[in-house]
Design a binder for this molecule. Structure first.
Ligand SMILES: *Cc1c(COP(=O)(O)O)cnc(C)c1O
Length: 401
């Protein structure tokens, strides 16, 4: 007779056969059982042919990986605990001492911190290139360049680069490309088929996605993914992923699986409200420049048009404004403090609209020629009614009048 404690632990359970429902089951595991020592020795963790240990995946994480491959048009996926961890994993998998990485000057801020901190400490150097000038990127590629980061649109300033041309240059020079695809989310354009059917193969090597944003959609989950279409490249990521132990929690995976089916609709709703607000913002005299790739005056608009114009929701949910330089940074802060529906907070992609004032001078190598002087405020538009959001900005503008 076994003791009750033993009996409770070994109580038989197998996932039910013949049960189907909209939401997949959540399989949580560190330990995975093997039927025999032979199975333990032969089972492979590097691909999806079997289960070995929770860190390498359960049916729940395999499912999210497969759905993300479908979303982005790739064939393999690695999940990590945040978008930033995905950016770091790409660097740690592909770069070694003596290598150089090229980064757009408008890259996601923490991505710049990573190259200036850890990577430099390990003897991996970096250069920043002008995201609006493919010739500058071309000129900076050397024999030491092993990776080029791309971002469309750029973080905070939302310039849209000539992605096709930059990928063409990198492919010609045989340098790997990684795109931070958080803004496009797999919906605004196809990262692995940038020229559509005209030029098959014109695409990035890796697409990195902060699932924290649109795929989660709730402002309550941190997760990142790296999608690729080359099995050998995927294996390099997978090996480093295993050595670093960057596992994800299955409850979080479940949250993303729950939100994914509504992502395209949410993305379109964010897009429509954002376009309306950005156009209205252009008419406010306190704002000297409005940055939003679908506005004809916004830097890189033609590149956005060429790549995203026909995608439903193809301009996402962010826009930035540059305030008239007659306003002091303290006045800009007071404007942000006066907003009620736009909450002060980082990240985006959730239901709540968010706002952050930025000090652009400290973020760029120099003040870009295509941006007017003044303090910058970035709006992340949530899912509230657009007229309420517009009224909120209007009442906060009274602070400045
Ligand atoms: C938010 C974000 C990230 C990082 O995602 P986290 O999950 O917050 O670490 C990376 N790139 C871009 C463009 C982002 O907006």
């Amino acid at each position: 007779m076994v003791q009750p404690s033993t009996e409770l632990i070994h109580h038989g359970y197998t996932a039910p056969d013949g049960f189907a429902a909209p939401q997949p089951g959540v399989f949580k595991a560190s330990t995975v059982f093997f039927p025999s020592v032979a199975a333990m020795r032969s089972r492979e963790w590097k691909d999806k042919t079997g289960y070995t240990y929770g860190l390498h995946g359960t049916p729940t994480s395999y499912l999210l990986e497969e759905r993300l491959c479908t979303l982005e048009g790739g064939s393999q996926c690695v999940l990590v605990p945040s978008g930033l961890a995905a950016i770091a994993l790409v660097a740690l998998s592909l770069l070694k001492s003596g290598d150089e990485v090229l980064i757009p000057d408008n890259a996601y801020g923490p991505s710049k911190s990573l190259v200036e901190g850890e990577l430099l400490g390990w003897g991996i150097t970096h250069q920043y290139y002008d995201p609006m000038d493919p010739q500058d990127l071309q000129a900076q590629i050397s024999s030491r360049t092993k990776l080029v980061w791309l971002e469309a649109a750029g973080s905070v300033t939302l310039e849209f680069p000539d992605l096709r041309e930059m990928v063409r240059i990198c492919r010609q020079r045989k340098v790997l490309t990684a795109l931070d695809n958080t803004w496009g989310a797999g919906l605004a354009f196809r990262p692995f088929a940038l020229a559509g059917a005209q030029e098959p193969g014109l695409g990035v090597d890796l697409s990195v996605h902060a699932l924290t944003k649109y795929p989660s959609g709730g402002g309550d989950v941190l997760m990142g993914s790296i999608v690729s279409r080359d099995p050998a490249l995927h294996l390099r990521l997978k090996l480093t992923h295993m050595r670093l132990g960057l596992g994800v929690g299955m409850n979080d995976v479940e949250s993303v699986l729950r939100s994914l089916p509504s992502m395209a609709l949410r993305y379109q709703a964010h897009d429509q409200a954002t376009r309306a607000l950005a156009q209205w913002a252009q008419m406010q005299s306190e704002f000297v420049q409005v940055l939003h790739p679908a506005l004809p005056e916004s830097p890189g608009h033609a590149h956005w048009q060429a790549l995203c114009q026909n995608a439903p929701g193809g301009a996402a949910g962010l826009f930035s404004v540059i305030l008239d330089p007659r306003f002091t940074p303290a006045q800009t802060d007071a404007f942000c403090d006066a907003l009620r529906l736009f909450r002060l907070g980082y990240s985006w992609g959730g239901p709540v609209s968010l706002v952050v004032p930025y000090e652009l001078a400290s973020m760029r190598s120099g003040w870009p020629a295509h941006l007017l002087r003044g303090t910058l405020v970035r709006f992340a538009v949530g899912l509230e009614a657009v007229e309420d959001l517009q009224a909120d900005i209007a009442q906060a503008l009274l602070q400045l009048r």
